[in-house]
Design a protein around this ligand. Structure first.
Ligand code: SF4
Length: 300
């Protein structure tokens, strides 16, 4: 694993789309967790670097650039997503220690954050996240696609086990940090069985998680090639069944039964489907306003 220093011009970049945030901050480029479905591989393209999972670029001046943005009168003070196209707590972070500086700045400016990680290294910064959560909205998420460790090891080889991720989320119960699980992607014929979906929801419930977000596998660009190669090599029979779904219009008849399973399991465990309204509810509570009502199946 190489951690290669680089400089950035800005820390937070503007994000467009239906997300519960408008700013994204990535302390790294590349990610050694090497998830076979990772959609962020494109982020290495402009560096003319193909080895997304082995050569990680470290933005050494990111704290300085972040403070410039946070202290600007033009800064809007809204939620920053820490790591939209990389995992902020991947192995490089153990050595580089970029995140404590970022969190200290968020504390200084009382700025809300959300972040998603597949690493328990985040627990090193537990006290900082605890402190920030008393000043601003904080959501810590982890993507968990399966509780089957054999599949997990192949699918997300550099990341912590799913059980360890759930323990990590559970540790935040003692704080005001909100927690969620992203069951993304749900992979046809590999992780879409009711048993697996229920195992993820049950573990999330035991960890005290509030939201489980779900999304079906989407294959585009470089991700398509990497993922299909992986399936053909590791699960040739499932690959043959899955391939027609990812030809034009192939997912049409597949989606509904899977969404029905997810809806049934969601009802059973009473776990919310998104956290935009939860952010609104948290902000309303901090401002002493009327609470925002939540629904299990809220879109947005
Ligand atoms: S942890 Fe996230 S960014 Fe890293 S390889 Fe996996 S999906 Fe990609």
């Amino acid at each position: 694993m190489d951690c290669i220093p680089m400089e950035c011009r800005t820390a937070c970049s503007r994000v467009k789309g239906r997300f519960p945030y408008h700013w994204d901050l990535n302390v790294y480029r590349g990610c050694t967790h090497d998830c076979k479905y990772c959609f962020a591989r494109y982020s290495h393209a402009y560096l003319e670097e193909k080895d997304f999972a082995r050569r990680v670029f470290v933005k050494t001046n990111i704290a300085e650039m972040l403070e410039k943005q946070l202290r600007s009168p033009r800064w809007d003070g809204t939620v920053v997503n820490l790591g939209g196209v990389t995992d902020s707590y991947q192995p490089c972070e153990a050595r580089e220690k970029q995140m404590p500086e970022i969190l200290r700045l968020m504390i200084k400016y009382k700025n809300p954050v959300i972040l998603s990680t597949k690493s328990d290294l985040i627990l090193r910064d537990f006290d900082l996240l605890d402190e920030l959560s008393r000043l601003a909205f904080v959501n810590v998420a982890s993507t968990v696609t399966t509780m089957d460790e054999d599949i997990r090891r192949k699918l997300e080889p550099g990341a912590a086990s799913s059980a360890r991720r759930m323990e990590m989320l559970g540790a935040f119960r003692k704080t005001k940090v909100h927690t969620s699980v992203h069951m993304m992607p749900v992979i046809p014929f590999l992780t879409d069985g009711e048993e697996n979906i229920e195992a993820v929801f049950a573990a999330a419930k035991s960890a005290g998680v509030e939201w489980v977000l779900t999304a079906l596998l989407n294959l585009r660009g470089q991700t398509r090639e990497v993922f299909l190669d992986f399936m053909e090599r590791e699960y040739p029979e499932k690959y043959r069944k899955l391939l027609p779904l990812y030809l034009r219009g192939g997912l049409k008849g597949y989606r509904v039964p899977v969404w029905e399973i997810i809806a049934r399991v969601r009802r059973k465990y009473g776990l919310y489907s998104n956290y935009q309204r939860a952010i609104d509810r948290d902000l309303a509570a901090r401002r002493g306003l009327e609470p925002v009502q939540l629904s299990l199946f809220e879109e947005g």
